[in-house]
Ligand binder design. Structure first.
Ligand code: AMP
Ligand code: DBH
Length: 549
């Protein structure tokens, strides 16, 4: 059984094969190619696996899962942080054709439930180190709520617990043979940053994802000498595939996992492992630069050759400081879990590297800029990004209504970004149409939080908008209409009780009598953002700090 998803039309499939983008190889090939390699593939603070071990461990886990009844076409909900087991699990599931959603470690009950409702998972893999799974209360309730769940394994479970992931990885593989899903079928689901009420899932096939990884490796020149520090959340599309850990594995290099992107954690790792490349979001760059000037005799960053920055807009000023102060090259990366990835090229001049978000990585990425009526705009003008191509999806999972809006009749995906194109085909991100807050690379769908706020008895109406922030780029502000006066701490507690990820909690709350409406009767978020701008410029900084907890 395979997972239903929106396919590319036949003529494009044929073209992508003819041009050598789609090789009809499963993603497990990335590891298979290196299975005799005794070099270190991946290491975290407690363990390190050679390619040979990564292959063997994922075989053993795959066999253990098969013995427990998992089979091709089943789905899995996985929540692991930046630990080597993430890739043991990822490859194990690919090997038996079980299709996972990899939730972020920052996700809580609300996100986990949203994913489980959509995929009806047979398998749950999580970590006792996560607050949700510290005891069995949540897991038991979850299994009751989602009867599709037949099997559960936990990392950091006691060795004698029957569902210890570590114990399963140590079981015998017997004569295990991998049976991945066909390469033109769904390999796993990627997470969308989202702009709607429920987090959306993006089906990624072996063919399309493998191509995006190989092409990224080629552009970023990853090879066996690459030592990549993965400091962003491991399950995010960017550190997975741009070229990310999977790109490193393809090239036979080394992935070193960091628990977070702080300078305190990353600088010592860079020196210790002679890291050559890493990927950051803009706020982390600011903090690194600050640490370099304040941290006397900080560990050496001399080995670092390339710093990738993406996930949110990098200002030209901050961009120029990277080579000047860190002494490494900068690459801007503008990507999306839905597919399209743009890179500045390693040989580009400073003007391109500092002032653009790169150029589409595939010759068959079709990118154009649309005005509000859907007409193509000329070079230099700002409008909506429209794209299709050999690794850009054709539809969110089980979301026909949303897909009807997100795609045009020719199958071009409208990402909701406002961009302009330069004469030579580089993208400049100018803004956003989608109802989303980009909090330093972490995406918050306004509607998701508004719906949760509305579940509070005293909230009559709510609108979440972005407010500018010098470090994060944007933070979130909730305008609320309530029956009675409230303390922000009450609404924040309400959201926590509903089990939403911490980064989605509004940074600020403002009570208003009513929400302003546009002439067609939609909440006028532009107006709300403008009132914030004037308020922010009028009040002293301490008054704009988050109130309450
Ligand atoms: P997601 O849907 O979570 O995969 O996030 C993708 C979105 O992140 C894009 O559609 C952009 O809005 C934003 N994004 C990613 N990289 C950049 C970048 N380099 N500059 C500006 N925005 C970016
Ligand atoms: O923000 C993103 O989603 C992103 C950024 C850079 C991404 O998915 C990617 C590169 O692949």
């Amino acid at each position: 059984m395979t997972i239903a998803f929106t396919r590319w039309p036949d003529d494009l499939e044929q073209r992508y094969r003819e041009r050598g983008y789609w090789l009809d190889l499963p993603l497990t090939d990335i590891l298979q190619r290196q299975s005799d390699n005794n070099a270190v593939a991946i290491a975290d603070s407690t363990s390190s696996l050679s390619y040979r071990q990564l292959a063997a461990h994922s075989d053993r886990l795959a066999a253990a899962l098969q013995r427990r009844g998992l089979k091709s076409g089943d789905t899995a909900l996985v929540q692991l942080g930046n630990v080597t087991e993430f890739y043991v699990v990822f490859f194990a599931l690919l090997k038996i054709g079980v299709v996972p959603v990899n939730a972020l470690f920052s996700h809580q009950r609300s996100e986990m439930s949203a994913y489980a409702s959509q995929i009806q998972p047979a398998l749950l893999i999580a970590d006792r180190a996560h607050a949700l799974f510290a005891d069995n209360v949540f897991a038991e309730a979850f299994i009751t709520q989602y009867p599709s769940l037949r099997v559960m394994a936990l990392l950091n479970a006691a060795a004698d617990e029957e569902y210890s992931l570590t114990a399963w990885i140590a079981e015998d593989a017997d004569d295990f043979h991998a049976t991945p899903t066909p390469a033109n079928e769904v390999a796993f689901f990627q997470l969308s940053g989202g702009s709607t009420g429920t987090p959306k899932l993006i089906p990624r096939t072996h063919n399309d994802y493998y191509y995006s990884i190989r092409r990224s490796v080629e552009i970023c020149r990853f090879d066996a000498h690459t030592r990549y520090l993965c400091a962003l959340p491991i399950a995010h599309n960017y550190p997975m595939s741009s070229p990310g850990a999977l790109g490193v594995f393809f090239g036979g290099g080394q992935v070193i996992l960091a628990s977070d992107p702080s300078a305190q954690v990353c600088f010592p790792l860079i020196e210790q492992h002679a890291i050559t490349v890493t990927a950051l979001v803009p706020p982390a760059v600011t903090l690194w630069l600050q640490a370099m000037s304040e941290w006397e005799a900080h560990p050496s960053l001399d080995s670092l050759q390339l710093l990738q920055v993406g996930g949110a807009k990098l200002s030209e000023t901050l961009a120029a400081r990277i080579p000047a102060e860190i002494g490494c090259a900068l690459q801007q990366v503008f990507g999306m879990a839905e597919g399209l990835v743009n890179y500045t090229l390693l040989d580009d001049d400073e003007r391109h590297i500092f002032t653009t978000q790169g150029t589409p990585m595939s010759p068959d990425d079709e990118v154009w800029v649309a005005d509000e009526q859907g007409n193509a705009l000329p070079v230099g003008q700002t409008g909506r990004l429209m794209t299709r191509g050999p690794y850009t999806f054709r539809g969110y999972y089980l979301s026909p209504e949303h897909n009807a809006e997100a795609f045009d009749p020719q199958g071009f995906y409208c990402s909701g970004d406002l961009i302009s194109l330069t004469e030579d085909g580089y993208v400049q991100v100018q803004g956003r149409l989608k109802d989303q807050i980009n909090r330093g690379g972490e995406k918050i769908a306004a509607e998701e939080i508004e719906n949760l706020l509305l579940r509070h008895a005293s909230v009559i109406n709510a609108a979440l908008v972005s407010m500018p922030d010098s470090l994060m780029g944007e933070k979130s502000c909730a305008f609320v209409v309530t029956h009675s006066a409230f303390k922000p701490v009450q609404l924040r507690r309400h959201l926590r009780e509903l089990g939403v990820a911490e980064f989605k909690l509004p940074d600020r709350f403002v009570r208003v009598d009513r929400l302003p409406l546009t002439p067609v009767g939609k909440v006028d978020k532009k107006h709300l953002r403008e009132t914030l701008d004037t308020q922010l410029s009028m009040v002293a900084p301490e008054q704009t700090e988050p109130q309450g907890e």
